[in-house]
Design a binder for this molecule. Structure first.
Ligand code: FHN
Length: 465
């Protein structure tokens, strides 16, 4: 939910006033729409495809894949995309890495097919991370993949086209913080007094660089999602956040924007301190899954190993089973799963990532109806630690998904089947014997030859109790 309350009415009135006085760049006075006070009906309609998608690919890709965690022979244990700051690399030295960024093995069509085969319905790729390097041909800056790097081709253009050809929604991650632009955090680049001082020219960076780049990204690549990050810096204010949300929605009214566009996020837990005051369409738990459910839309973003950007020596990969169980748990709690890959400097998806994506796609090919276009149970999203529940949005089907292979019988407490209905395990031939008793619950007889792996989905026609 993205309820709007009086506190924002006043602030958005001020934004409307300033905008209408300044003839908002994209709309005439009469056309001004106050997106900070959208109706719940309009909000729900705009979020529908995103809620039904459940599963997307996060891509952290850029110059940081060149050092890949190692600088001047020293390995840095931090997340790969932070190497410029963690290794205190002066800007001119880091720019030398940009001059080496030449992903000749990048194949946008292959990447889009990999997402499709993994069962992912949308993608969010870094257009610009904190290092300030643009993965598209920007007219606002030459610090980009076409003008600055030897590669010379527009990565976002080819990926946007390939994703749209595969029916995959296209999203952009864009960092508000910028270590390269002199009017942003990088004004004292060699020392990186990151997050310690205000840059007096930061407002000019927002108006004359951040917004113009966002405008060209929306115009050129028509993204369905804008995923902001780096909003925590002291230079960026709540008022800037409200204005940025209004600005981007005015560029593309149907676009979906995360809560890192504003200052409401409670750290890595990712939800808003007060979702009535702060802008953003969904919460963003990072490297964690909410303990329970939420009235606000949310999406857990997580890595497959320990880094977002590629590191040559991070081999701490989560198992396919863990990744699938995360997806099931998140879905049962009503959230989305944004699972990250960090491609190499040559433009390849690491083999361990490809293997896990293929395994997830195989499971979803059989069990996807229990994930996509489902809602959470109203009363109980789980039973014990190894059973999760989901239900179809507009059909009488409910799903009980078990993390461990059941044997002999499965007893379910929160579902009453319709009399004379059939119960099946997705991917397993035949129907299962069952009995229902209001006290004992639903008792399902498990066949000895039960097929399936990693998680088992019981499809039941009936109602939640
Ligand atoms: O600093 C970034 C980090 O590099 C990465 O992009 C994650 C993923 O969303 N977000 C920030 C850390 O919270």
């Amino acid at each position: 939910m993205n309820p709007k309350k009086p506190i924002r009415l006043f602030i958005s009135f001020l934004i409307c006033l300033s905008w209408s006085c300044n003839q908002a760049p994209q709309t005439k006075k009469s056309e001004f729409v106050d997106y900070l006070n959208e109706s719940d009906t309009d909000f729900d309609q705009r979020m529908e495809w995103w809620r039904e998608s459940r599963f997307g690919m996060f891509i952290h890709w850029g110059v940081y894949a060149v050092p890949a965690g190692i600088h001047k022979g020293e390995k840095y244990e931090s997340i790969g995309e932070w190497i410029q700051l963690k290794a205190k690399i002066p800007i001119d030295e880091y720019e030398a890495y940009a001059k080496q960024f030449n992903p000749v093995k990048y194949d946008a069509e292959q990447w889009a097919k990999t997402m499709k085969n993994a069962g992912m319905k949308y993608v969010v790729i870094t257009s610009k991370h904190h290092d300030g390097f643009a993965l598209w041909d920007s007219a606002v800056s030459d610090y980009d993949i076409v003008d600055y790097a030897p590669y010379g081709k527009d990565i976002l253009k080819s990926l946007a086209e390939a994703c749209k050809a595969q029916g995959i929604k296209f999203g952009l991650y864009h960092s508000i913080m910028d270590w390269h632009h002199p009017q942003a955090q990088a004004n004292d680049a060699p020392n990186y007094r990151y997050n310690e001082i205000f840059n007096p020219e930061f407002p000019q960076y927002v108006e004359n660089f951040l917004k113009p780049q966002l405008k060209e990204l929306v115009a050129q690549y028509d993204p369905d999602i804008l995923w902001f990050d780096g909003e925590w810096i002291p230079d960026f204010t709540h008022e800037m956040g409200l204005d940025l949300y209004q600005y981007v929605r005015t560029l593309k009214p149907s676009i979906i924007i995360n809560n890192r566009v504003d200052k409401g996020r409670k750290g890595m837990e990712g939800m808003n301190k007060d979702d009535k005051k702060y802008a953003g369409d969904f919460g963003t738990p990072e490297q964690e899954i909410l303990e329970g459910t939420s009235t606000m839309d949310w999406e857990s973003c997580m890595t497959m190993n320990d880094t977002w950007g590629f590191k040559s020596f991070d081999e701490n990969w989560k198992s396919s089973k863990t990744l699938i169980h995360n997806l099931i748990d998140i879905t049962a709690k009503g959230g989305n799963y944004l699972l990250n890959i960090g491609p190499t400097a040559e433009g390849q998806i690491p083999n361990p990532s490809q293997e896990r994506l293929a395994n997830m796609g195989s499971w979803l090919e059989v069990n996807g109806e229990a994930i996509y276009a489902t809602q959470k149970f109203k009363k109980a999203y789980k039973q014990g630690e190894n059973i999760r529940f989901t239900k179809k949005t507009n059909q009488p089907y409910l799903y009980a998904i078990t993390f461990e292979q059941p044997s002999q019988q499965l007893v379910l407490k929160h579902i009453q089947p319709r009399e004379d209905s059939s119960i099946r395990v997705l991917g397993h031939e035949g129907v299962l014997d069952w009995t229902f008793d209001p006290t004992k619950g639903l008792i399902i007889k498990i066949p000895e030859d039960l097929t399936g792996k990693m998680a088992w989905t019981f499809k039941i026609e009936g109602k939640e109790i």
